[in-house]
Design a protein around this ligand. Structure first.
Ligand SMILES: *[C@@H]1O[C@H](CO)[C@@H](O)[C@H](O)[C@H]1NC(C)=O
Ligand SMILES: *[C@@H]1O[C@H](CO)[C@@H](O)[C@H](O)[C@H]1NC(C)=O
Length: 350
């Protein structure tokens, strides 16, 4: 009798744990993440940034390559007005400053008169993923020193926005942390586009992208159990369709591109990506966020940071992706209707 009760109790507890546990996610731990990784002087000398200044010419901008070093900061000061808002962008694994995605994403910033500094990560991170993951920290420290030098030369922290995709989100965070150590300031804003999960998932929160990095930190999660990370570690965390990307091809390759596309559309349509606040990550996953009273927020430059939390961001499958006000009503088929929608909800003769 007691044994039976015991088993029931244990099964109940175990099932409760299993049902409430979040899936573990792809490649949570990687060898060496707790060991030191450094970037040699020789490699350091190859690091560069692409500096873009808005202009009135037909191209709309003027570019220059500067080294990512203290001397390089002088080159940046020479090219842009440090009294202007500046975006520091760090793209994802195997991406490069010259990639079409990066070049497209900077467009709306340049058009709004914002300087853009794209950190060239390609030569350093073009390695196996777990090595690239280990390099994010020393890379971020170098970037933080560079930013502190820009501030010494006149770039006010309130003018600094940082945007990092996948591994770049962690680099941006390490840079912001180093910057804070050196200047005692925090950048105004840090946005993570699907911050990378593999190799980072199980690190303590303080060791990866989190809300301590800047005065305002937001994250857009599009692939939480694959290449992204589930943890709500920003001030405002948006989970696009619950953060679950059911499209398998997308999971394998284009996960951070999806986040980049949404962000690009959001920077040009700052009121359209409406999201609904959820009580927990679990609720966000399944879109259980449509109670009687909903609290909303918006992805992009107009995110309301006085309303922090976890948000479910419903999107459509095709550009321009946003649902606007329609997204504030619960979906007929629930959150992840990609699979359901492929069969019509009516009699079928084939
Ligand atoms: C990493 O390097 C620092 C300083 O160089 C040292 O204090 C620390 O013990 C090293 N950690 C490991 C795991 O080797
Ligand atoms: C931002 O959120 C706060 C707190 O929920 C709310 O009072 C305020 O009206 C919101 N601001 C905008 C512009 O929606």
């Amino acid at each position: 009798m007691f044994v039976m009760y015991g088993i029931i109790a244990i099964v109940t507890v175990v099932c409760a744990v299993i049902l409430n546990a979040e899936p573990d996610g792809y490649m949570s731990d990687c060898p060496g993440m707790y060991h030191n990784t450094s970037i040699s002087e020789e490699t350091r000398r190859t690091l560069t940034v692409q500096v873009m200044r808005p202009t009135r010419s037909w191209l709309g901008r003027s570019d220059r390559t500067c080294s990512l070093s203290l001397e390089g900061a002088a080159c940046v000061e020479d090219h842009i007005d440090l009294k202007t808002d500046t975006l520091i962008m760090i793209s994802g694994y195997l991406d490069a400053s010259f990639s079409p995605v990066v070049q497209t994403m900077v467009g709306p910033y340049i058009e709004r008169g914002i300087n853009v500094i794209v950190v060239e990560i390609f030569p350093v991170l073009v390695r196996t993923y777990p090595i690239a993951a280990r390099l994010t920290r020393p890379f971020g420290i170098i970037l933080g020193e560079f930013m502190a030098e820009l501030t010494r030369r006149g770039l006010h922290p309130h003018r600094i926005q940082m945007l990092g995709g996948s591994l770049g989100a962690h680099i941006a965070y390490y840079a912001a942390t180093k910057y804070h150590q050196l200047t005692s300031y925090k950048p105004a804003r840090l946005t993570g586009l699907d911050p990378a999960g593999p190799c980072f998932r199980h690190l303590p929160r303080s060791q990866r992208f989190n809300s301590d990095g800047a005065l305002q930190v937001d994250a857009l999660h599009t692939n939480i159990d694959g290449f992204g990370i589930a943890d709500a570690s920003a001030h405002v965390d948006f989970y696009a369709n619950g953060g679950l990307n059911k499209n398998l091809v997308m999971v394998v390759y284009c996960h951070h591109l999806r986040a980049a596309f949404y962000w690009y559309v959001a920077t040009t349509n700052p009121t359209k990506f409406l999201a609904v606040q959820c009580a927990s990550l679990h609720d966000a996953r399944y879109g259980n966020c449509y109670g009687k009273q909903i609290t909303t927020n918006v992805l992009g430059p107009r995110t309301n940071f006085t309303s922090p939390g976890i948000y479910y961001l419903p999107t459509s499958d095709n550009p321009p992706y946003y649902l606007g006000e329609k997204g504030l009503r619960k979906r007929k088929y629930g959150v992840n209707n990609y699979l359901l929608r492929t069969a019509p909800d009516k009699d079928l003769i084939i």
